[in-house]
Design a protein around this ligand. Structure first.
Ligand code: SER
Length: 324
């Protein structure tokens, strides 16, 4: 049976967000209606849905996949993140820019009903106001990842205005989860800290103690995607660049919260090249347009997220399946 959104394609379906979105969409619409695509194979516990090995820089493969499975909606999650992007800026440009352009072109040519393309807090830069960063502000990032996110937002907006393609997206903060590990971002420390706290009782952090960044727990990330995708297009004044946030904290504050569960948890700080990236990003975001235009409201704060992460990971460690 074809679901209301039509068949769905997820690119980057093996990644941190893509893999959990895949589970959630398969539960919602049935695995026959969701096509997972990635350059990497899916995890062993992935749903039994069709899988396409897909490099998003190959435009014809994207179009072929959409036609073959009669896809109506695309969630385009494939990307190279900030830290990996600085190690290989040429690859980040090609995957992030060509990938986004190819998905938008496929949407235009094949008349897709709806496309989701995430942006990031990396779209901001050192000249942006860092506290309660407004929705509409200076976008002059210094990383290749950030630069491709700004260009992607503008390109997506162009496809909305010029071709009437329905494209939507949020600027995600650091996303914390216990499914697939994040792959090469600056906010990855906020995930690793929980795994290492549970496994070793200590963590060496690659950002300094007072580095404040906006963050969000995976259930809220998925909720933001579903809420934005089901919003009435007429009510949206923005489309591809909504600020969304749930909480802001520093590594020291996160460590203090972890100590409420693991009292002897220890943390040391050894900032590396990622410190400069974090220092160019906002500390907190104003997401009032998302709240006004599609009723965005997160459920998790630092305390609730920490309790959940530690509970899940402790159980998994005891069962010998931490996977870290
Ligand atoms: N989590 C991402 C990164 O650190 C930000 O979008 O690169």
């Amino acid at each position: 049976m074809i679901c209301k959104e039509g068949r769905i394609l997820i690119t980057g379906a093996s990644g941190q967000i893509g893999s959990e979105l895949l589970h959630a969409l398969c539960r919602k619409h049935g695995p026959d209606n969701v096509i997972a695509a990635d350059i990497q194979p899916l995890a062993a516990n992935a749903p039994a849905c069709p899988f396409e090995s897909l490099d998003v820089t190959q435009a014809e493969r994207i179009e072929e996949t959409i036609k073959k499975h009669r896809v109506e909606t695309v969630y385009h999650l494939a990307a190279i993140l900030s830290a990996n992007g600085e190690k290989n800026p040429q690859l980040a440009w090609s995957v992030n820019m060509d990938g986004t352009y190819n998905v938008l072109e496929a949407a235009r040519k094949l008349g897709l009903s709806r496309v989701f393309i995430p942006s990031s807090i990396a779209a901001f830069g050192p000249e942006t106001p860092r506290v309660f960063t407004p929705q509409d502000t200076i976008l002059k990032p210094k990383t290749m990842y950030g630069l491709t996110k700004v260009a992607g937002e503008l390109l997506a907006d162009y496809y909305v205005n010029r071709f009437g393609v329905d494209v939507r997206g949020c600027r995600f903060p650091g996303i914390i989860s216990h499914g697939a590990l994040p792959g090469g971002g600056t906010t990855d420390y906020a995930v690793a800290i929980y795994y290492e706290a549970v496994k070793y009782g200590r963590y060496s952090c690659f950002l300094g103690p007072d580095t404040r960044l906006p963050m969000m727990y995976m259930p809220d990330c998925l909720k933001s995607i579903f809420d934005l995708m089901s919003a009435d297009f007429k009510n949206l004044r923005h489309h591809c660049d909504f600020n969304v946030t749930a909480m802001s904290f520093t590594p020291a504050e996160q460590a203090a919260e972890i100590r409420r569960h693991i009292s002897d948890f220890e943390i040391v700080y050894r900032p590396d090249f990622r410190q400069a990236i974090a220092d160019s990003w906002p500390q907190s975001l104003d997401d009032s347009p998302a709240r006004a235009e599609w009723n965005w409201k997160p459920d998790y704060d630092l305390a609730a997220m920490t309790a959940d992460m530690i509970g899940v990971l402790t159980k998994r460690l005891a069962e010998g399946r931490l996977g870290y």
